[in-house]
Design a protein around this ligand. Sequence first.
Ligand SMILES: [Zn+2]
Length: 234
Amino acid sequence: MASRYDFSNQQASVFFLDNSTLTPPRESWPAGLRFDNQLISEVTGIEGGIKAVARPYQYHSNQVRRVERTGIVGPLEADGLVTELDGFALAVLTADCVPVAFSTLGAVGIAHCGWKGIVGGMLSETVKALREMVGDPTARVEAAVGPHICVECYEFEGPSKAEVTGIYGDSPFRTLSSTSHLDLGSLITFELGELGVRIVYADDSCTLETDTLNSFRRDRSELRQTSFVVKGPC
Ligand SMILES: [Zn+2]
């Protein structure tokens, strides 16, 4: 396990794992919840406490889904999940993108955030869905940020750069060895600040520089690590 953080605003925990998972093709994506907790118990040592694991089919969108006892509500294509249920782990897979977990009294959420998702409003959509779920548009939300590619390792040039500067200007960029680098962490911090969400924990491990973590930019493989948040005791 890369790291674990227990939120203090309610009983909820986030786990940033250093496992390796292959994303199955869309046609064989599990339709409901995955009840195979073997991976979770092997990697975290948790026996019980987690009843099911929900994972969306990620596509760098700003779509957030609710998780109920029957599974993910709506299409599986999404990059964020929220739930009020105890023991239902909400998971995303990443390898350089940023996993961000949320806790507010009565609900938890998780988001998969690459530059495209952040620009598209992934964080605000997830926080909005959480606050709607608990029926309080100003509910206090805490966030935990997981391992991702650091600014030194993340060269970012070309047409995509204009999409980011169009919204944020040059502030999330740094010029290193005369190439432009994007600081995903600073984008997350800025967005969450605008939403009034406090970052209470950050695992700043760089995926590209950490051998035990998967990095798409380093490996060009389909392997990802799992991050999940769960409400209730575990
Ligand atoms: Zn790095």
